[in-house]
Write a protein of this length. Structure first.
Length: 172
């Protein structure tokens, strides 16, 4: 582990555990409410984006714990993962926007309680923060770790919001 990563070890262990547990909760909630969730064309897309962001947080935290990991290599690994998850989040966001603007989703209240850009921001914010952090780490600047931490925490907040939706809102 690079010397700059050592002070982040406890944080990374906590993020990996919390993100993995929350992703597991979402997967269980989806499996329990699958029929209701599949009625909605938007919720599966939002769920995929949230699980992707949480998985990215787990992966980034675990990668930062690898012994002798350089900042450049960590930045590259996180950047690749963030671009992939960001692409999936963008596709999910486009689907959410099309559905919300066409008012085709039977589970969405009429009019929608949350403006579509708010839903889109919840999907793409975390991967974007990881992209920025990964790019900064490529330069050897440890400030990228702060951006990655922000991406991880954003993924958790969005994951908690989505877990409420897939556990409670789909049953209303």
């Amino acid at each position: 582990m690079h010397e700059a990563l050592a002070p982040w070890a406890d944080f990374n262990v906590a993020i990996a555990g919390a993100s993995a547990a929350l992703a597991g909760l979402i997967i269980v909630a989806v499996s329990v409410n699958l029929e209701r969730i599949l009625v909605s064309p938007a919720i599966p897309a939002r769920t995929g984006a949230a699980i992707g962001a949480l998985t990215l947080a787990v992966a980034a935290a675990c990668l930062a714990l690898i012994p002798d990991q350089s900042l450049f290599l960590l930045g590259l690994e996180i950047l690749i993962g963030a671009v992939l998850v960001g692409w999936l989040a963008l596709l999910a966001s486009l689907r959410i926007y099309r559905i919300a603007t066409a008012a085709q989703d039977p589970l969405l209240p009429k009019p929608p309680r949350m403006w579509p850009p708010g839903k889109i921001a919840m999907s793409v914010a975390s991967p974007l923060l990881f992209v920025i952090g990964g790019a900064i780490l490529l330069t050897g600047d440890v400030a990228g770790l702060n951006w990655i931490a922000a991406g991880s925490l954003t993924a958790i907040v969005a994951g908690v919001a989505l877990s409420w939706i897939v556990l409670i809102e789909v049953r209303r």
